[in-house]
Design a protein around this ligand. Structure first.
Ligand SMILES: NC(=O)c1ccc[n+]([C@@H]2O[C@H](COP(=O)([O-])OP(=O)(O)OC[C@H]3O[C@@H](n4cnc5c(N)ncnc54)[C@H](OP(=O)(O)O)[C@@H]3O)[C@@H](O)[C@H]2O)c1
Length: 311
């Protein structure tokens, strides 16, 4: 695919009720695409707000293979849905089998399909913040994090089944390994701010600084056409993050400066170690991020917790 702005396309965005996909679906709808947002929508009342934003709703259940509402003649699936489960069978069913089933169902209903699979830099074996290239060793980075025991392994399994299904069906596919997404309305740092308010020490890895490459929702949306240019068979694999390396310690310090709150840190091995993706493959396509991390943090607090802003 060439690097062209996305407009006039028929797009299914899964995980629309989640952090990353919701704002993206909204921006694609306002850019003149026909956008379907998929989640389980167990509560029908969840649907109307999306319709008000110009996003049609589709109920799917990846864990149970319920995909009958997937629309026909899609140009593009942007697959963001993820199950965060303590149970490996559930996590594999949703994140691995479900991803492959979704591709197959969409491909049976469209002969022009491109598939975008959101993966995670959680698939890498951390290496003291040394930037990880797409060919570097995979590992179980999220196992130490409370509540995330299946995450890395089921995201790896998802990649494997998506790669295999893309090859088997000839569907042009890209797998983008996202680092730390955030935006005006969501992000890991919003949890850290809540902990700072309550004087709860923030877990950071003993191997400090706990570096990442956060990428703001504005740049997430801007980067999609570049990432899609890598879609092919076999599937392209690309790291997806911002241009700046920023640690948890940095962003909590900045939130402290903006709010007057003082972060306390609790170095531990029971959390995710620093994972810095090498984003040169994405940069070589001509993409760079535009939202400086300090500006992004300020925007997030101004939107989510304006009463806390002191400077
Ligand atoms: N958040 C991060 O820091 C981060 C970092 C790197 C990569 N990523 C990747 O980015 C993508 C989006 O993550 P996120 O944090 O935005 O996710 P999220 O907020 O946890 O949302 C998960 C989404 O998946 C849907 N979902 C869960 N189980 C489902 C099932 N069985 N069938 C259909 N839909 C299901 C949820 O919908 P309902 O529950 O409403 O049905 C929801 O819309 C994921 O692929 C994730 O691995 C995230």
């Amino acid at each position: 695919m060439s690097i062209a702005a996305l407009t006039g396309r028929k797009i299914l965005v899964t995980g629309v009720t989640g952090w990353v996909a919701g704002p993206l679906a909204e921006s694609l709808a306002s850019a003149g695409n026909t956008v379907y947002g998929a989640a389980r929508f167990n509560d029908p009342a969840q649907r109307q707000p999306w319709h008000n934003k110009g996003v049609q709703t589709v109920s799917i259940d990846l864990e149970n293979g319920r995909l009958d509402e997937v629309p026909a003649d899609l140009d593009l699936v942007l697959h963001f849905a993820v199950a965060k489960s303590n149970n490996f069978a559930e996590a594999f069913a949703a994140n691995a089998h479900g991803s492959a089933d979704l591709m197959e169902t969409a491909a049976q209903r469209s002969d022009k399909l491109t598939f975008f699979h959101c993966s995670s830099t959680a698939v890498y074996e951390p290496k003291h913040g040394v930037p990880r290239q797409e060919t570097d060793l995979l590992g179980d980075s999220h196992r130490p994090m409370p509540g995330m025991p299946t995450y890395s392994i089921s995201k790896i399994a998802g990649e494997v089944l998506v790669q295999h299904t893309a090859k088997r069906l000839g569907v042009p596919t890209v797998i983008a390994r996202l680092n730390v997404p955030y935006g005006d309305t969501y992000g890991w740092m919003s949890f850290h701010l809540m902990m700072m308010e309550r004087n709860i020490a923030i877990p950071v890895h003993v191997d400090q600084p706990t570096d990442y490459t956060p990428i703001h929702a504005v740049d997430i949306a801007r980067s999609i056409p570049y990432l899609l240019s890598l879609a092919g068979t076999p599937a392209g694999i690309v790291n997806w993050g911002g241009d700046q390396i920023v640690s948890i310690e940095d962003w909590c310090g900045e939130m402290g400066r903006l709010t007057g709150l003082t972060p306390a840190f609790a170095p531990t091995t029971a959390t995710i170690a620093s994972i810095v993706p090498d984003v040169s493959k994405l940069r070589d396509l001509g993409f760079s991020t535009t939202i400086d991390w300090r500006e992004g943090i300020r925007r997030q607090i101004a939107t989510m917790r304006p009463e806390l802003l002191k400077s």
